[in-house]
Design a protein around this ligand. Structure first.
Ligand SMILES: Cc1cc2nc3c(=O)[nH]c(=O)nc-3n(C[C@H](O)[C@H](O)[C@H](O)COP(=O)(O)OP(=O)(O)OC[C@H]3O[C@@H](n4cnc5c(N)ncnc54)[C@H](O)[C@@H]3O)c2cc1C
Length: 393
């Protein structure tokens, strides 16, 4: 097997790298100057990336994409992580909802929503989880009743990331309470400005108000906003979840965290010697490196499957499980290396590595939960991947 890029792909990689080297310093300087709000700045950055041709390269041309091959998208993602470029504000929409709409949406839905999604003109949030319906998502109770040309939605979502400023939500609702729980669910696109929607922010331990509770009180949603068939939302929802789990485990991201950890071990001394020389830490670093490399190769195998349009299995659950746990374990080791200085956050004068690691630990805990917990990924890998029997309840 030849894992190298073709000469024209390598040339493309250099082109992306050069663009980032020239553009990123200016973009980051603007962010530091804080002349515009964080959200406006993030939208502008997404538009800049899109106009340079680096967002959703493989999407069909008629919906704003370039219909390029998956390898080019892979190269762009890799280079963005390598350059430590900020993520795009519309990532959830582009990576989760977008591909689902391309598969299940009506022509009108695709033309109406996809181009604005790419340009960052409309921000989306994901309305899946509810109190009592997280891991057991199919138990969701938010009700949508069909009344002529619209649905009337009542209920509550929780942990809805970005809902504080999102323009729209892709939501799962119960449309047939009498049907078995997986069969009475539908997938709706909701305008967040519709009367009857209340968003109540939740404060996370990072101090961030990244997600909220969202309440629906007789909210009217046009019938044409249904994605897929009525009561067939579970199938549509799983397509989106598949994309989400793929996102969670980006191997390039793990590699960057690993490189940063090695730097920290090199620069942190105890008893006069850098900790990277200590056999205990060296052993752990090598273990992380082996896992990160295995994930990189796992990613390349998935890329090959995508290129050959092969049916996917549980590979994305492996990405999500191993990727999020690896980042978390590496972060814990970094905090051990930092010793007593570990709790100092960004902005504190004596914070090692600019306070990156304690924040990463708090964010990393969330990554092992969001999009399905590690335990749930293990259950799916065991049952669907390894064909192990389901445990009796
Ligand atoms: C950072 C972050 C962002 C999020 N963003 C969104 C979002 O934008 N939209 C959205 O809809 N949701 C979002 N969520 C919610 C997320 O999807 C849920 O938190 C997750 O699915 C777990 O559900 P829960 O919190 O209800 O926990 P529970 O399902 O109550 O689980 C509690 C514990 O029990 C374990 N458990 C449960 N069932 C089993 C089982 N069968 N076998 C073994 N162990 C089990 C779980 O692994 C977990 O450890 C987000 C969560 C986080 C942390």
């Amino acid at each position: 097997m030849d894992l190298n890029l073709l000469p024209e792909e390598e040339e493309y990689r250099q082109q992306v790298r050069a663009w980032l080297a020239e553009t990123l310093p200016k973009v980051m300087a603007e962010r530091r100057a804080r002349r515009i709000s964080g959200i406006e700045w993030s939208k502008k950055w997404q538009l800049q990336l899109y106009e340079a041709g680096y967002v959703a390269l493989a999407w069909p041309k008629e919906y704003g994409g370039q219909q390029l091959d998956t390898i080019r998208q892979f190269i762009v993602n890799d280079e963005l992580v390598r350059a430590r470029a900020p993520g795009v504000i519309g990532a959830q929409a582009i990576n989760l909802l977008g591909p689902t709409l391309i598969t299940f949406g009506t022509e009108e839905q695709k033309r109406r929503y996809l181009p604005k999604m790419l340009r960052g003109e409309e921000i989306w949030c994901q309305g899946y989880s509810e109190p009592g319906a997280g891991s057991d998502l199919a138990s969701l109770r938010t009700r949508a009743e069909l009344a002529g040309d619209h649905f009337v939605v009542n209920g509550q979502k929780v942990w809805t990331s970005r809902s504080r400023y999102a323009d729209r939500m892709f939501a799962l609702v119960r449309t047939d309470p009498a049907a078995p729980k997986h069969r009475g669910i539908s997938y709706l696109l909701v305008d967040m400005k519709t009367p009857g929607i209340t968003v109540r922010p939740l404060v996370q331990m990072t101090g961030d108000r990244g997600f909220s509770e969202v309440f629906f009180d007789n909210v009217q949603v046009p019938r044409e906003n249904l994605v897929g068939q009525l009561n067939d939302g579970w199938r549509v929802a799983n397509d989106t979840l598949y994309n989400e789990r793929n996102l969670g485990g980006a191997a390039a991201g793990n590699k960057q965290v690993f490189n940063r950890l090695v730097e920290l071990a090199r620069n942190t001394k105890r008893g006069g010697a850098p900790l990277i020389k200590h056999p205990y830490y060296r052993q752990r670093l090598v273990d992380f490196q082996i896992t990160a490399e295995a994930m990189r190769l796992h990613g390349l195998r998935q890329l090959t499957d995508q290129i050959h349009k092969r049916q996917h299995g549980v590979e994305t659950m492996v990405n999500k499980l191993v990727g999020s746990e690896l980042t978390y374990d590496m972060t814990k080791m970094a905090l051990e290396l930092e010793g007593d200085y570990a709790p100092l956050l960004s902005g504190e004068e004596r914070a090692p590595d600019r306070g990156y690691w304690p924040m990463n630990l708090m964010v990393g805990m969330g990554l092992m939960i969001g999009g399905g917990t590690s335990q749930i990924q293990k259950n799916i890998i065991a049952q669907r991947g390894l064909k192990m029997p389901k445990s009796p309840d």
